[in-house]
Write a protein that binds this ligand. Structure first.
Ligand SMILES: Nc1nc2c(ncn2[C@@H]2O[C@H](COP(=O)(O)OP(=O)(O)O)[C@@H](O)[C@H]2O)c(=O)[nH]1
Ligand SMILES: [Mg+2]
Length: 268
């Protein structure tokens, strides 16, 4: 979408930069402002952040793309919901798991993460580093029973391709053991439509019921439209930065829908 990030000491200044750069019709996708108390500002100035994109009206006039928003993960106190994330290598699985783990933890839920990607040595480390600050335990697949007692268990799977038979075996085994309530297919919005269709087809056996669309900050609206029109699954979440925590939204939230709708309806 090639959304741009603007940072300044205040929200007004950041928005002024957006208008200066993208014009008064710029589409603001996200704002965040940290305002320290007045007496503290001398030591530490405020910080505001805006993500915005050029006006959708500038885009080609085409029919709106239809897409479906899936329900976000729903939890109940004292009950454990197991959610697995599958997809190709580099799609953004580990990042999405870490973002969601932090998000649910911050909302007060008991969260555990299972790192089933033993192929990328850095994967476990990456996950551990990004969620440990939130106090979320990360378990190897052999520690699945440690998920008992948690209200949400998020499982990060290794990247899959039909040629990787060993990984498929491992993923099938973890899924059989875990019996997840939900399987989310993680797809990058940067993939070409043919790749998106092929991946959905290749991974159908794992029965994903929804997909997470990632890398929205890196692609043009036309690309997001192409991605949305290639999806057979409803979208559960979107991610729009590599940062953890933060910058993940349910497709049913205003922010999540905005990331997709701006592109889907870029028909002027
Ligand atoms: N810009 C951007 N980068 C992302 C996003 N999600 C993941 N990444 C980056 O994409 C790369 C692959 O992500 P990772 O979570 O390791 O993918 P995995 O192989 O599917 O687990 C990493 O460099 C991430 O920081 C996103 O929404 N936006
Ligand atoms: Mg990974």
């Amino acid at each position: 979408m090639l959304a741009r990030r603007y940072e300044a000491a205040t929200l007004e200044q950041a928005l002024a930069r957006v208008r200066e750069d993208l014009g008064p019709e710029a589409v603001v996708l996200y704002t965040r402002e940290r305002r320290p108390p007045r007496w503290w500002r001398w030591f530490q100035p405020g910080h505001a952040e805006v993500i915005a994109m050029p006006p959708a009206a500038a885009e080609a006039r085409e029919a709106p793309v239809s897409w479906e928003a899936a329900q976000p993960i729903r939890l109940s106190r004292g009950r454990c919901r197991r959610v697995a994330f599958v997809g190709p290598t580099g799609a953004g699985k580990t990042t999405a798991v870490a973002k969601l783990a932090c998000e649910f933890r911050l909302r007060g839920w008991e969260v555990r993460v299972v790192s089933a990607d033993t192929w990328r040595a850095a994967a476990h480390r990456q996950l551990l580093d990004s969620v440990k600050a939130a106090g979320i335990p990360v378990h190897p697949p052999s520690g699945l029973s440690a998920g008992l007692g948690a209200e949400l268990v998020l499982v990060d799977m290794p990247g899959l391709h039909p040629s990787m038979s060993e990984r498929w075996e491992a993923v099938r085994e973890v899924l059989a053991q875990l019996r997840p309530h939900e399987v989310h297919l993680v797809l990058s919005a940067a993939y070409a439509p043919a790749v998106l269709r092929r991946v959905q087809d290749d991974l159908r056996e794992l029965r994903p019921t929804r997909c997470v669309l990632t890398h929205l900050d890196e692609v043009e609206p036309a690309q997001v439209r192409a991605a949305l029109s290639s999806l057979a699954l409803p979208v559960s979440y979107v991610t729009y930065s590599p940062r953890v925590p933060g910058e993940v939204a349910s497709a049913r939230s205003r922010l999540g829908a905005r990331w997709l709708e701006v592109s889907a309806c870029s028909c002027g």
